[in-house]
Design a protein around this ligand. Structure first.
Ligand code: NDP
Length: 488
């Protein structure tokens, strides 16, 4: 509830009427919205958006279009879950468009309006005073006048034996990233929703031999047209009433799944890979105890707005429950969140350009802008042959070498590769960084030698021996830096 103290101040610099509002937050802390708090604060941002999927991008369009300082923290997966979609068919203006292309198109529009992107992610927030203090993985502290949470969701795990052990070695969540590894092979998809259909279709498109879709219920919940599409594919088999008990492997990778159905009992299905598509959980952990959410972590909104239970903090996309998860709906929510944030600043608080021109805004480097330091950043070299790999990586005098395996279709690989570039500069003369296309004709044998069946996959070598294998996980730059420092 608002407590309007009704203190309308005019300040010397203009005809502004500033409103001082005190609002209790979830924990009973009270933030006071006094625009004088902004004076002297460093790293201010008018509209800070966390997440760069359709919700975040559309929110950014509206912040930037209004001429407000709008910064997007891209998050660990720029573009979000939509980048994994092979084709979106219900986004107005496009009869069918790959998810990544849609994201690129909207992002370009967002940048044209002046929104800035940072390759960083939110890790903490302090709502006890305003402007809100936001800390990021990259170590930044930003003072945000409004915050839009569009952090999306992460895929759920099954929780059966073998899953963790073989994660990254056959078990995964991203057919568009890892599908190319399984040409001609039999693979399994678990789940009966639209994501399961997407995964199965992509796997077929990548040329897998057979996809067996395991649905625990007696029917799929995916849209009918999707189910019909699967039924038409002779390389797809759907097994209903089938639960997965265990993921089986041979020590190196997945070899099958142990399943159960009421009629047959337990049996084994051979498979080289298991793609899980069993729903997702919202990425709202950093707001636990700070903003109201339901028991599953979905944020609560005020009435029909996109405002959370914290004044000036909005949410859009997969972090809000009870809305169909569609790109167009997330975009609409983002649009509304952006508009509400702009209104809050310009109408409720009455901020205007003259006052804002005196503030100390965040002036860091946005993604894509080159600073002097970055112009010296060395791009990772590509290894294109087994011979080159032996010479550059396996030589006993090669020192520390970080090898980054990727595939062309893997979107997150592009972000990881970009994040790594700075390391070679930071450890100049002490670290070599190489990229390898895990499906590259002349280096596929190298990828196979290290059982690379999921990307991104990082391997750190010292003098030709593996020092660390980041199978199934992508370390943070902070973790990698620590490890490198210890091994120089
Ligand atoms: P859903 O929640 O829609 O479906 C999850 C599926 O996984 C269900 O079939 C569920 O079974 C099954 N499942 C859940 N837990 C387990 C488990 N432990 N073991 C086995 N099976 C399990 O998730 P999706 O990711 O498919 O979709 C999420 C949302 O995103 C939906 O709203 C969907 O419409 C949307 N979406 C839309 C797309 C599009 O329009 N192109 C593409 C992808 C997603 P049960 O039914 O028995 O609960």
């Amino acid at each position: 509830m608002f407590i309007h103290k009704s203190i309308h101040k005019s300040i010397k610099t203009g005809f502004l009427f500033f409103i001082l509002i005190a609002v209790p937050s979830c924990k009973g802390e009270t933030a006071v919205f006094d625009v004088n708090n902004l004076i002297g604060k460093e790293n201010l941002v008018d509209v800070l958006i966390c997440g760069s999927g359709p919700a975040g991008l559309n929110a950014a369009i509206h912040g930037a279009r209004s001429g407000l300082k709008t910064v997007v923290l891209e998050g660990a997966e720029p573009g979000g879950q939509l980048t994994k979609s092979s084709g979106v068919e219900n986004y107005p203006g496009f009869s069918k468009i790959p998810g990544m292309e849609l994201i690129d198109t909207v992002r370009k529009q967002t940048e044209d309006f002046g929104a800035e992107f940072l390759s960083d992610a939110i890790v903490g927030v302090d709502f006890s005073s305003w402007p809100y203090k936001v800390t990021t993985e990259g170590g930044l502290t930003i003072h945000a006048m409004t915050l839009i949470v569009a952090t999306g969701s992460s895929p759920k795990m099954l929780g059966v034996p073998g899953e963790e052990l073989y994660y990254g070695r056959g078990v995964g969540h991203c057919a568009i990233c890892d599908g190319p590894f399984y040409k001609g092979q039999q693979v399994v998809v678990i789940g009966g929703g639209d994501s399961a259909v997407e995964e199965a279709v992509q796997l077929i498109n990548f040329g897998v031999g057979k996809v067996i879709v395991l649905v625990r219920a007696d029917r799929m919940r995916a849209i009918k047209s999707g189910q019909d599409r699967l039924k038409k594919e002779d390389r797809v088999q759907i097994k209903h009433n089938t639960g997965v008990i265990e993921i089986l492997g041979d020590g190196n990778g997945v070899v099958g799944v142990k399943v159960f159905d009421k009629e047959t009992g337990e049996y084994i299905i051979e498979a080289k890979a298991v793609f899980e598509a069993i729903g997702s959980t919202p990425n709202t952990g950093f707001l636990q105890g700070k903003a109201q959410m339901d028991e599953r972590g979905y944020l609560k909104m005020k009435d029909r707005s996109q405002e959370t239970t914290i004044k000036g903090v909005y949410a859009a996309g997969d972090v809000e429950s009870n809305r169909p998860k569609q790109a167009i709906i997330a975009s609409g929510m983002g649009c509304q969140a952006g508009i509400e944030a702009v209104k809050f600043l310009t109408e409720e608080l009455g901020l205007d350009r003259k006052f804002m021109s005196k503030l100390k805004y965040y002036k860091g480097k946005a993604t894509g802008q080159e600073s002097d330091k970055d112009s010296h950043v060395v791009q990772a070299k590509e290894i294109t042959s087994g011979e080159q790999f032996k010479k550059e990586v396996l030589d006993k005098n090669s020192g520390l070498v970080l090898v980054d395996f990727y595939t062309e279709s893997c979107v997150i690989c592009k972000k990881v590769s970009k994040d790594l570039e700075g390391l070679e500069t930071d450890f100049a003369g002490k670290l070599k960084l190489f990229k390898i296309d895990a499906m590259g004709k002349d280096v596929i044998a190298v990828a196979q030698q290290y059982s690379v069946t999921q990307v991104p996959r990082l391997l750190l070598f010292k003098n030709g021996n593996i020092l660390k294998d980041y199978s199934g996980q992508v370390p943070t730059i902070v973790d990698l830096t620590d490890l490198l420092n210890k091994n120089i």
